[in-house]
Ligand binder design. Structure first.
Ligand code: ADP
Ligand code: MN
Length: 515
């Protein structure tokens, strides 16, 4: 009986009057005549049901005859079958990709590896003759061991002195070889799986360890790409941090990028509401995201490595943590400056490598850098004295040397100079602290002397004025040599008398939030 006939059978009952009125017309199938006894027969009912089921779920037949594969004679009336077809199609695509990978890896090599075990559709399901060969090759591989014997639950087979336990060396060795199939496809195990290899537990464990670490390594490589903070864009983790700040209402909106430097990206944001009463979030904020691309930071090691405040921590940290430390350092230094009354951004919050501070500027327009602004000679003179004063404050009041002070890191806002970018600032007793100070002095002197401020001290005078030291050398080379000698003396002193008391934890820093 054909399936259409079966489906039509129940409709065969009504007479010709009904059939002529039917809006879909008369079915063009001939009805099957059967007696009342037949209709009532349990035997017939069972047969009909069976055939109906077969029509709806023909998977048993399908695999053998291959309607999924050839794409012909497909009955699309069953959802299950459609789903199976789609799955099969998907699996076949997956396998095709796998086959390409396999080919790529094996190339012309005499020894090849097989991805057979990772296929979704097994060769006997497939109509490709190529697969047939593969299938036969591996199934009847002369080297292939018999299927590894499985030990029953009780842990041994055999009787008396023929007992073989699950710890048997040969059984274990074969099992271990077979277990290599579980390694990731990229992990090249050669055709060892096919041979009657007996891997000792020790060798297998070493291989397994290696396979896993390889997997992790490739995952990490992928991760690295994700993590690097590219030009203007931020990596997904940073984005999540920023998103959380907005979501918590702390920031209203992040409007855009103000600056992309080698080491940081700075964004502008409108401040939101603080979770705590005592803290007020400024109406406009600057978000400094320290770049997580590591190589740029290598040459900054010298600032932090020798900073005794970080000494104990530096050696134990991975590069990612060191970058967070830059952000942390900027936060602490800004707080010290704030406490000393030096005009600088106010810290709002630090989260990992993201530092939120008050925005110097207005309506999304950042205050210009001193190098970009044209000041009247009066303002220029005012700016100079202010900076001289700030440098002294920084040195004496904050126990800090800026270490990157120049017209690039000073903003002109509200008729005065604001200091920014203090992540690299160090204490004067840093092994190179005085050299950094001298460099700062050179930048400042040059800028103001070129800018026409007649009163501007030269770099050596400025250095002495800021540090309170009295280095008398009258040329740069000698001056530099004396500075280095002082640093050396200080270093020896620290060596002999132990570390200085850290001022690090006593400057009333804001809380560090972490998950
Ligand atoms: P970098 O290490 O990249 O030089 P900076 O801290 O100097 O980082 O910031 C880069 C630029 O971003 C600055 O030159 C300034 O234009 C802008 N900027 C940084 N912080 C602020 C701030 N709080 N308010 C306004 N602009 C800022
Ligand atoms: Mn800068």
């Amino acid at each position: 009986m054909d399936p259409v006939g079966v489906a039509a059978a129940p409709d065969a009952g009504p007479g010709p009057a009904w059939r002529s009125k039917c809006p879909w017309g008369a079915p063009n199938t001939t009805s099957i005549s059967c007696s009342l006894a037949d209709v009532m027969s349990e035997q017939l009912a069972k047969e009909l049901q069976l055939e109906e089921e077969n029509a709806a779920f023909p998977e048993v037949v399908a695999v053998a005859e291959g309607p999924f594969i050839t794409g012909e004679n497909i009955d699309t009336s069953s959802d299950l079958m459609l789903a199976q077809m789609l799955q099969m199609e998907f699996d076949r695509e997956y396998d095709a990709q796998l086959r390409r990978e396999e080919k790529k890896i094996n190339g012309d090599s005499k020894v090849s590896i097989s991805f057979e075990n990772y296929r979704k559709v097994h060769p006997y399901d497939s109509d490709s003759s190529e697969d047939e060969v593969d299938w036969q090759d591996t199934r009847h591989d002369p080297y292939r061991a018999d299927k590894p014997t499985t030990t029953p639950r009780r842990g041994f087979i055999g009787k008396g002195k023929d007992i073989t336990t699950k710890h048997d060396e040969v059984v274990c060795g074969r099992k271990n070889t077979a277990r290599m199939e579980n390694f990731a496809p990229e992990f090249q195990v050669g055709d060892g799986i096919g041979m009657d290899l007996k891997l000792s537990n020790q060798v297998f464990n070493a291989l397994k360890q290696h396979a896993y670490s390889e997997e992790r390594r490739s995952a990490r490589l992928h991760e690295k790409k994700e993590h690097s903070t590219a030009e203007k864009a931020v990596d997904p983790k940073t984005r999540l941090l920023l998103y959380k700040m907005v979501n918590a209402g702390m920031l209203e909106t992040i409007t855009g990028c103000i600056s992309t430097g080698k080491e940081s990206v700075v964004f502008h944001a409108y401040g939101g509401k603080s979770a705590t009463e005592d803290k007020v979030i400024p109406p406009e904020c600057a978000i400094k995201v320290f770049k997580t691309t590591l190589n740029e930071f290598k040459n900054r090691d010298k600032y932090i490595k020798d900073d005794y405040r970080f000494k104990d921590r530096f050696s134990k940290l991975n590069p990612r943590k060191i970058i967070r430390m830059w952000a942390e350092k900027e936060m602490h230094n800004l707080t010290r400056m704030q406490n000393a009354g030096i005009p600088c951004p106010q810290v709002v919050i630090l989260k990992k490598h993201v530092l939120v501070m008050s925005f110097i500027g207005q309506d999304q327009v950042p205050a210009p850098k001193l190098k970009d602004v044209t000041l009247s000679s009066e303002d220029m003179k005012k700016a100079y004295y202010q900076i001289l004063n700030m440098m002294q404050q920084l040195y004496k009041g904050c126990n800090l040397v800026h270490a990157d002070l120049s017209e690039y890191n000073m903003l002109w806002h509200d008729g005065k100079v604001w200091l920014i970018d203090v992540s690299q600032s160090v204490e004067p007793t840093h092994p190179h602290g005085l050299e950094f100070l001298f460099r700062d002095c050179k930048n400042v002197s040059q800028f103001f002397q070129k800018g026409g401020v007649a009163e501007a001290l030269n770099e050596r005078e400025l250095f002495n004025a800021v540090s309170g030291l009295n280095i008398t050398a009258d040329n740069e080379v000698d001056f530099q040599a004396e500075i280095e000698a002082l640093e050396k003396m200080n270093e020896d002193h620290v060596q002999n008398h132990g570390k200085k008391l850290s001022m690090f934890s006593s400057d009333g820093d804001p809380p560090i939030y972490d998950e």
